[in-house]
Ligand binder design. Structure first.
Ligand code: LLP
Length: 415
């Protein structure tokens, strides 16, 4: 997807320089070919388990064009809010391929999802189970549910994105879940269809997925004795990707082989909710060098993208590779690449080696396709940046730059 021609970095057949010139900076840029390849790799990896439903986790990148690409490849969707539901409706997603996750679904969200006829809810608490049963009763429908169980697995990832431990707020502890299932089985407007878990994100250790699925298998064997018609095992998302050149995440094939080995013993549909591993390495943030500030201690490159545009480095200390759009091998120096926001933590990348940097140069922040644009904010009253999709020689504006008027329009001045 990336090529260097005459020292210029290209995404597919379009140079980042021409994108910066046409659309302005900062801007997010995605490669359609890469998105398609990542999805196809998942499909191929799981081909020996035909009852696999890939439900792209919309929260990773919810741009309508990206959802539309996955939809046309046969993807389903994992959603967590009314807004995400409206997005997948808008691109014509099949309700049968939608799972609704999330820690606390509101009454409105439950109602709208039932009206649309989604495949099932991943229920996270007994209170929520009762709420879904109540609303389904009022609507005269049956709600399909699976219970998100917390298998108490440490996926050895960043604590902020680790969700399967006993101490986390997510799901119902696996040892308590049997009782929850018994309760659900007696509810008039509930059809218990599955078991769900999601242990965290950016996971490199396949053993964690295996340990978790083995616990789900044990639970499954107990539940079928309850005469429950469990037909879906949802293992969530979480597969890690390469951010640093030296990192070696597991391949989708290795991941699939581990999972399929266990699934073949369970007579169920498999649901996957991948986010990052479908979009992370297909996206880039292009930003311009505004100023270079040198002191005895530090060498700062101040760029036009800030933590409001890409939050991951400030929030998690996450690493994103930064390179120049026009490559050079002269005058290497080390820089802290920082944004213009009034926060000490507004740093994109520390001690970054870059060659021949001049004011006005465009820098490329790599692996920014997942949890990039979706986590951007209007902090410092900065408009959200445009998004561009590249396919071969063509580039399309898939989200316009927000205007300051749009930021201000919902506010009311009270005297
Ligand atoms: N399913 C559920 C229930 C989830 O909570 C998540 C992510 C996924 C699927 C998708 O996981 P993935 O395949 O992308 O790892 N903002 C953080 C990541 C937060 C992940 C939240 N849940 C980051 O920038 O690293």
């Amino acid at each position: 997807m990336l090529n260097v021609i005459d020292n210029n970095l290209y995404i597919e057949d379009v140079s980042f320089e021409s994108i910066a010139e046409e659309f302005g900076t900062p801007c997010y840029v995605y490669s359609k070919t890469s998105l398609v390849n990542e999805f196809t790799d998942y499909k191929v990896a799981f081909k020996d388990y035909p009852d696999t439903n890939i439900c792209y986790s919309v929260k990773a990148n919810s741009n309508l064009s990206i959802l539309n690409i996955f939809n046309s490849l046969g993807s389903g969707f994992d959603i967590v809010s009314e807004g995400e539901l409206d997005r997948v409706k808008k691109i014509g997603a099949d309700p049968n391929k939608i799972v609704f996750s999330g820690v606390a679904k509101s009454a409105l969200e439950i109602r709208k999802a039932l009206e649309f006829g989604i495949c099932f809810f991943n229920v996270e608490s007994l209170d929520e189970l009762e709420e879904i049963n109540k609303i389904a009763g009022e609507m005269g429908v049956i709600a399909r549910i699976s219970i998100r169980v917390n298998p108490d697995i440490d996926p050895k990832t960043h604590p902020y994105i680790s969700t399967g431990l006993k101490t986390s707020k997510f799901g119902i502890a696996i040892e308590d879940s049997y009782q929850a299932y018994q309760k659900a089985a007696k509810m008039k407007n509930i059809d218990v269809v599955g078991i769900d878990s999601h242990i965290g994100s950016q996971i490199f250790e396949l053993q964690s997925f295996e340990d978790s699925l083995v616990r789900l298998e044990e639970l499954y064997n107990k539940l079928i004795k309850l005469d429950l018609n469990i037909r879906y095992i949802d293992i969530g998302g979480g597969l890690g990707i390469k951010y640093k050149d030296e990192e070696m995440p597991p391949t989708k094939i290795d991941f699939a082989n581990k999972i399929m080995k266990i699934m073949k013993k369970i007579n169920c549909n498999l649901v996957l909710e991948p986010g990052r591993s479908l979009v992370g390495n297909s996206g880039f943030l292009v930003t311009k060098v505004l100023y270079n500030k040198r002191s005895n201690e530090k060498n700062f490159l101040i760029v036009d993208a800030g933590m409001n545009d890409i939050l991951r480095p400030s929030l998690y200390g996450a690493y994103h590779k930064v390179t120049k759009s026009v490559q050079s091998s002269d005058n290497e120096d080390f820089y802290d690449v920082v944004g213009p926001i009034c926060e000490t933590g507004d740093v994109i990348s520390y001690d970054t080696p870059l060659n021949d940097v001049k004011l006005g140069d465009n820098l490329i922040i790599h692996s920014a396709g997942a949890y990039g644009s979706v986590m951007s904010s209007n902090y410092n009253s900065r408009p959200k940046v445009p998004e561009i999709l590249v396919s071969g020689k063509d580039s399309y504006l898939i989200r316009k730059k927000e205007t300051i008027d749009q930021i201000l329009q919902n506010e009311v001045v009270v005297k």
